[in-house]
Design a protein around this ligand. Structure first.
Ligand SMILES: C[S@@+](CC[C@H](N)C(=O)[O-])C[C@H]1O[C@@H](n2cnc3c(N)ncnc32)[C@H](O)[C@@H]1O
Length: 350
C-alpha cells in the first residue's frame, strides 16, 4: 500500500509489521523506516503517534473474513487476527490523524469486527466512506475485489464516494494490456476451489493473485500451459520491476498475494488527495462544485425513475409515450427531456 500512496504523491513516514519477511522487504524498497512491531503491544500507540501522521493506512489480516477459511458456515472471527481490525480503530482513535484508510476483503462488511471498528471511528468524530473496488478498473490487470473504509475528521459520511468513482476505467484491464510481452497466450493459476477453472487467457484480467504459486498439476499440463513466475505475479500486482522481495520462495509468494496492488492503493490515495485539494478551496467554489455533484445525483435518480417506469409500462403492455412515461415516473416533461434528450428515439425502439 505504501508504494501506491508514494506514487500518488504522499510522503510516507513509516511502515509497521511484525512478520520479518514483510519488514525486510519494506526496508529494502523504501528510505523511511519500517518498525518491526506487534501492533497489539501497548507501546504501539506511542510509536505511531510519534510519527505525527496526517493519515494512517493499512490492511489488517483478512484470512479470517475470507470465504476460504469459513468453517461450517461460521467465520473464525474470534481469532486474534480478526481483532487487528479493531486494534487499527483503537490506534486511529488514540492518535487522531486527519484521515485513515482501512483495506480488507469485501466479506469483512458483515463482520462484528468491522461493526465495532465503525462505532469506534464514528464516536471519534470521523465521517466514513466505504466502497468495494475491483482492481481491474483501477489500472491493475487482475480481478481483485477489495473493501476500503476511509475516514476523515469533520467530514460527512460518504464524503469520498464521488472522488473514488471518478477515475475508474470504463473497461477492465487485461493481462495483455499490461504485459504485452508476457510470451504466452494462456497460463495456469491455481483456483480457489477444485471445481473452478485454472487456465486463463491473457485477454482478460488475471484471477486474484493468491498467497501461493503451486506447480501446474498433471491434469492441466495437457493444455500445454505454464504457471506464472513469481516476477509475473508481482507485476500483475503492479509492483514496479525493480521491487525486491525478502524471504524464502514460499514467503515471497505470500508477500505478493498479501499485498494491496500498487495501482489500486494509488487510486484510493489519489481520490483522498483530490478530496483534500477540493476541501481547501474557497467555500464559494466548493459550494458550486457541491451543487453540481448534487445535480448529478438528482439527474441519476430521475433517469432511474424513468427507466423503471418504461419497464413497468412495457410489462403491463401499456402504450409507451412521452407524457405517459413522465406521468408514471412522476417527473415533468421538461425534466424527462433534460435527462433523456433522445427519449423519443428510445421509445420508438421495439
Ligand atoms: C494483508 S497483509 C497487509 C498487506 C500490506 N498492507 C500491503 O499492502 O502489502 C497483513 C499484514 O499484517 C501483518 N500483521 C499481522 N498481525 C500483526 C500484528 N499483530 N502487528 C503488526 N502486523 C501484523 C502481517 O504480517 C501481514 O503482513
Amino acid at each position: 500500500m505504501s508504494r501506491g500512496f508514494c506514487d500518488a504523491g504522499f510522503r510516507v513516514v513509516a511502515g509497521f509489521d511484525s512478520w520479518t519477511p514483510a519488514v525486510e522487504t519494506y526496508r529494502k524498497n523504501f528510505r523511511h523506516d519500517c518498525h518491526d512491531l506487534d501492533l497489539y503491544r501497548a507501546e504501539a500507540v506511542d510509536v505511531v503517534a510519534a510519527c505525527k501522521p496526517d493519515i494512517i493506512f493499512g490492511g489488517p489480516p483478512c484470512q479470517d473474513y475470507s470465504p476460504a477459511v469459513a468453517r461450517n458456515g461460521e467465520r473464525a472471527e474470534t481469532k486474534e487476527r480478526a481483532g487487528l481490525t479493531v486494534r487499527f480503530a483503537e490506534i486511529v482513535r488514540a492518535v487522531r490523524p486527519s484521515l485513515f484508510v482501512l483495506e480488507n476483503v469485501p466479506a469483512i462488511k458483515g463482520s462484528y469486527a468491522l461493526a465495532r471498528a465503525r462505532v469506534i471511528f464514528r464516536r471519534a468524530g470521523y465521517g466514513l466512506s466505504g466502497v468495494v473496488l475491483d482492481a481491474c478498473y483501477c489500472g491493475v490487470p487482475q480481478h481483485r475485489r477489495r473493501f476500503f473504509l476511509i475516514g476523515r475528521l469533520e467530514a460527512r459520511h460518504g464524503f469520498l464516494d464521488g472522488f473514488l468513482r471518478r477515475g475508474l476505467a470504463a473497461t477492465p484491464m487485461t493481462v495483455r494490456d499490461y504485459l504485452p510481452d508476457i510470451g504466452t497466450d494462456r497460463y495456469h493459476s491455481h483456483p480457489m476451489r477444485n471445481d473452478l477453472r485454472c487456465v486463463f487467457p491473457i485477454d482478460e484480467p488475471a484471477p486474484t493473485m493468491r498467497c501461493e504459486n503451486r506447480p501446474v498439476p498433471p491434469h492441466a499440463r495437457k493444455h500445454g500451459v505454464r504457471a506464472l513466475t513469481t516476477m509475473e505475479r508481482a507485476l500483475i500486482q503492479t509492483f514496479p520491476t525493480g521491487f525486491r522481495f525478502s524471504g524464502s520462495a514460499k514467503e515471497q509468494e505470500k508477500l505478493i498475494g498479501n499485498a494491496v496492488p500498487v495501482n489500486l492503493a494509488r487510486h484510493v490515495a489519489s481520490a483522498v488527495l483530490e478530496y483534500e485539494t477540493w476541501r481547501i478551496q474557497p467555500l464559494r467554489k466548493r459550494q458550486r462544485d457541491g451543487q453540481s455533484m448534487t445535480a448529478t445525483k438528482r439527474r441519476d435518480a430521475t433517469r432511474a425513475a424513468i427507466e423503471r417506469a418504461i419497464k413497468r409500462m412495457h410489462e403491463r403492455g401499456e402504450s409507451v409515450n412521452v407524457s405517459g412515461v413522465a406521468k408514471a415516473a412522476r417527473v415533468t416533461r421538461q425534466a424527462l427531456y433534460k435527462c433523456y434528450p433522445d427519449i423519443v428515439e428510445i421509445l420508438r425502439r421495439p
